[in-house]
Design a protein around this ligand. Structure first.
Ligand code: APR
Length: 227
């Protein structure tokens, strides 16, 4: 059985990573459009760099929770029949044991060079504008997909949605496209669909089944059922 799992900020909430919409639309005091758009970066690069440097530094203070670990168990059981795509830019899936994680909105831990387009692991705050380890030019930006930019790996994600038997959405509000449309696309191609979220998401009616509660309980229970 082929399974696609989409995760959002809700799966990391119990690890202490704030979600976007539970913080009444503010990200640590910033309006999203002030920090998560290419225009914001052009207008005030230091504000944007500092915002992501702070979120990257905060990663050292959080741990994966039982939901991340359960998805790693699921990967062991299903192998290549599991496609895990996340909207999250944190590294908790990897630290929870998942080997193959597809970050459609990018990753805090990597930087993207605006000069050579190369990616590199971040070892210094980007606010210091360190030189790109590949081309030497000090033009490293967060490797994060901002509003108005194209999410990563969309072709592969679409192909996986077309051929999966089960689509499961974990901890996402269903408020931001294209991820919010994945459930409808999977249904159109014959997949069963399951929502695991604290409360009904904006797209909950598109799902065949919806279970509501904390991911740290719902996800392990579901993985135990499936394996
Ligand atoms: N367990 C399960 N679900 C939870 C938990 C929890 N402990 N805590 C919160 N949630 C749910 C909330 O009910 C909400 O539906 O997680 C969802 C989080 O929604 P958002 O904050 O909107 O996060 P997300 O859906 O990942 O946002 C999508 O929007 O801001 C952009 O690019 C950003 O990737 C992000 C995208």
């Amino acid at each position: 059985m082929r399974v696609v799992v989409l995760t959002g900020a809700g799966i990391s909430a119990e690890s202490g990573v704030p979600t976007f919409r539970d913080a009444d639309g503010l990200w640590e005091g910033h309006r999203v459009e002030d920090v998560a758009t290419p225009e914001a970066y052009e207008a005030q690069p230091s504000v944007v760099q500092r915002f992501y440097d702070e979120r990257r530094a905060a990663l050292d203070g959080v741990e994966p929770n039982a939901a991340h670990q359960a998805l790693a168990r699921l990967e062991e059981a299903l192998g290549d029949d599991l496609y895990l795509v996340t909207q999250n830019i944190d590294d908790l899936h990897e630290r929870g044991g998942s080997q193959r994680v597809h970050h459609m909105h990018g990753r805090l831990r990597t930087a993207l060079c605006r000069a050579c387009r190369g990616r590199s692991e971040v070892h210094h705050p980007l606010l210091e504008f360190p030189p790109c380890p590949r081309c030497g030019v000090p033009e490293l930006r967060p490797d994060v997909v901002w509003f108005g930019e194209v999410p990563y790996e969309m072709d592969t994600i679409i192909a996986e949605l077309q051929r999966c038997d089960l689509f499961v959405s974990v901890g996402t509000s269903g408020a931001v496209y294209p991820a919010a449309g994945f459930v409808q696309y999977a249904r159109q191609h014959g997949a069963r669909t399951l929502e695991l979220n604290l409360v009904p998401s904006e797209g909950t009616y598109f799902f065949d089944e919806a279970r509501h509660g904390p991911a740290s309980r719902l996800v392990p229970d579901w993985v135990d059922e499936l394996t």
